[in-house]
Design a protein around this ligand. Structure first.
Ligand SMILES: Nc1ncnc2c1ncn2[C@@H]1O[C@H](COP(=O)(O)OP(=O)(O)OP(=O)(O)O)[C@@H](O)[C@H]1O
Ligand SMILES: [Mg+2]
Length: 213
């Protein structure tokens, strides 16, 4: 059962949207022939559960809108962990992590075949990313850093890739750009694999490559 967790201690780094878009990209991908699941690891906010329900309700009202062709795993902490462990071995699971919850990050990491750490790549965030990365490395859990809400602005570390390369930190390039479309994406799903993917389709391909490594 490949479990891919999208984790960062920092809030608002694109964990939930990356979980939804990667899971949808997986259902659109020829490379994924197994059932896909998403798990709402953000028990406190429940963003993913609400998003899933809103998207399904929107589809029920207007069948032209996409429906989620994946299953939602949600509930309290214990139910969530049980739910993830119960998924058939061959299926693919994307887990949305909760901000600020170190013990949850640790527990979800331990269940994961791959951890994705989304970040905007600002100096303050990088420090937190490196802290998580250090722990994952110590625990021998494969991980990749991804970049979200990417703007070529002054508050992004210009030499970010040089810094990560020099530290031998694994990341996936190119970044997901900051777009008006994604800023309004809550409650929606990308329409199909030709449209609205905003880079998450090629990101999925790279994530699957890492899994098969
Ligand atoms: N590429 C993007 N371009 C523009 N806006 C984005 C992009 N990615 C995410 N956002 C916006 O940033 C906000 C945070 O995204 P998201 O909820 O996915 O982050 P999160 O890490 O799950 O947050 P939290 O820590 O609160 O759970 C949302 O309003 C979302 O629409
Ligand atoms: Mg979230």
């Amino acid at each position: 059962m490949p479990v891919i967790s999208i984790l960062n201690i920092k809030g608002g780094t694109g964990k939930s949207i990356s979980t939804m878009w990667l899971a949808t990209a997986a259902t659109y991908s020829d490379q994924v022939t197994v059932p896909v699941h998403v798990a709402d690891g953000d028990v406190a906010q429940g963003t993913l559960s609400a998003w899933y329900e809103d998207a399904q309700a929107a589809h029920a009202e207007n069948p032209e809108l996409p429906s989620a062709n994946f299953e939602l795993i949600s509930g309290n902490y214990a139910q969530l962990l049980r739910g993830i462990k119960k998924v058939p071995k061959k299926d693919l699971v994307f887990v949305d992590g909760s901000p600020g919850d170190h013990s949850m990050v640790r527990e979800l990491s331990a269940l994961s075949d791959l951890v994705i750490i989304p970040t905007k790549g600002t100096p303050g965030e990088l420090e937190q990313v490196l802290t998580i990365a250090e722990r994952l490395r110590a625990d021998n859990i494969p991980y990749r850093i991804i970049f979200t809400m990417w703007k070529k602005s002054a508050n992004v570390i210009q030499e970010l890739r040089d810094v990560l390369d020099s530290l031998d930190e694994p990341y996936i390039w190119p970044p997901i750009a900051d777009t008006a479309f994604l800023s309004r994406a809550y409650g929606t799903l990308p329409r199909n694999h030709f449209k609205d993917m905003e880079g998450y389709d090629s990101l999925l391909e790279k994530v699957l490559e890492q899994l098969n490594d």
